[in-house]
Design a protein around this ligand. Structure first.
Ligand SMILES: *[C@@H]1O[C@H](CO)[C@@H](O)[C@H](O)[C@H]1NC(C)=O
Ligand SMILES: *[C@@H]1O[C@H](CO)[C@@H](O)[C@H](O)[C@H]1NC(C)=O
Ligand SMILES: *[C@@H]1O[C@H](CO)[C@@H](O)[C@H](O)[C@H]1NC(C)=O
Ligand SMILES: *[C@@H]1O[C@H](CO)[C@@H](O)[C@H](O)[C@H]1NC(C)=O
Ligand SMILES: *[C@@H]1O[C@H](CO)[C@@H](O)[C@H](O)[C@H]1NC(C)=O
Ligand SMILES: *[C@@H]1O[C@H](CO)[C@@H](O)[C@H](O)[C@H]1NC(C)=O
Length: 242
């Protein structure tokens, strides 16, 4: 196609030049974390003063709002339509009542007066609060003088981290493990085991109690009823007899 090396070289240079001219400057942003139901403001600190077009996108295909200088912003048909507001002075996108599905890397595209485009990537991750876990003592097995314990921390399927605590602090283990497996003796058993589940926005826990390496303490709820009966029954009988 090209008659000489020189022409090839020229063509390549032209291509490079064209590429540079059309190139978009892309800037990253640190991830924003939010709890479901809260209001979030996505923004950049240095919005170019006189832009021609400003566009917020959910993904590279889905536009949320577009603003042509001097016009009113146009909100596109999307799940965001009635819960976003563009702040015209800062370019901030305010989203009301965020949901897990709003998690994405948002894009802010600005076509500047000079014609070149700048793009910012702004990641948002929305979490539901974690549910309260329930400890299930799967195995208690006497071994020699001690006890082998296998206890599981159960929650409906969710992305969480688990931390297990005993009397002497956290058990060193992978935060992804919902199961605590320990062998304890009379000297080093813990009077309680707590499972804490957490994500970046919330944390919940449950605790089981032990009176000896292998023996679970009567749960506080049952203990309370027992106390109540112990007090109430004699009182009722006392009243009946008077
Ligand atoms: C979110 O914004 C709306 C409207 O400004 C306000 O009524 C509501 O209280 C805000 N919610 C939270 C959780 O701040
Ligand atoms: C835009 O954001 C600025 C700075 O946070 C705030 O002072 C102003 O009230 C906002 N304007 C609107 C219309 O919300
Ligand atoms: C406890 O875990 C065992 C084994 O995984 C399971 O079969 C049992 O249903 C669980 N118990 C409760 C109360 O969830
Ligand atoms: C408790 O002590 C026994 C030895 O008595 C040991 O085998 C076991 O690993 C210890 N357990 C913990 C959780 O430290
Ligand atoms: C779990 O912990 C790791 C390490 O601390 C952290 O990077 C990750 O975001 C946590 N995941 C959740 C769901 O909290
Ligand atoms: C467990 O939750 C209670 C509140 O429900 C809190 O006071 C306590 O600090 C939590 N414990 C752990 C180990 O997370």
């Amino acid at each position: 196609m090209f008659s000489s090396r020189w022409e090839q070289h020229l063509a390549l240079e032209l291509l490079l030049l064209l590429h540079l001219f059309l190139a978009t400057t892309i800037q990253g942003h640190s991830k924003q974390i939010a709890i479901s139901g809260s209001n979030v403001s996505l923004q950049i600190s240095n919005l170019p003063a006189d832009y021609k077009i400003l566009t917020w996108l959910y993904t590279s295909e889905q536009k949320i709002v577009e603003h042509w200088n001097a016009d009113k912003p146009h909100y596109f048909e999307s799940t965001f339509k009635h819960r976003v507001v563009l702040n015209l002075s800062t370019g901030a996108l305010n989203i009301y009542k965020v949901q897990k599905e709003d998690s994405s890397t948002y894009l802010l595209r600005v076509v500047k007066a000079a014609g070149n485009e700048e793009e910012w990537k702004i990641p948002l991750e929305v979490f539901d609060p974690v549910p309260k876990p329930r400890i299930n003592i799967t195995t208690t097995q006497e071994v020699n003088n001690g006890c082998y314990l296998n206890i599981a921390c159960e929650i409906p399927d969710q992305s969480v981290n688990y931390t297990w605590y005993g009397e002497s602090g956290p058990f060193p283990r992978a935060p992804q493990s919902a199961v605590l497996e320990v062998t304890v003796g009379p000297q080093n058993y813990s009077k309680f085991y707590t499972c804490q589940v957490s994500n970046p926005v919330s944390s919940e826990n449950d605790t089981v109690y032990f009176t000896s390496p292998c023996e679970q303490a009567i749960s506080s709820g049952v203990a309370w009823i027992a106390t109540w009966l112990a007090i109430t029954v004699p009182t009722v009988f006392g009243l009946l007899w008077t």
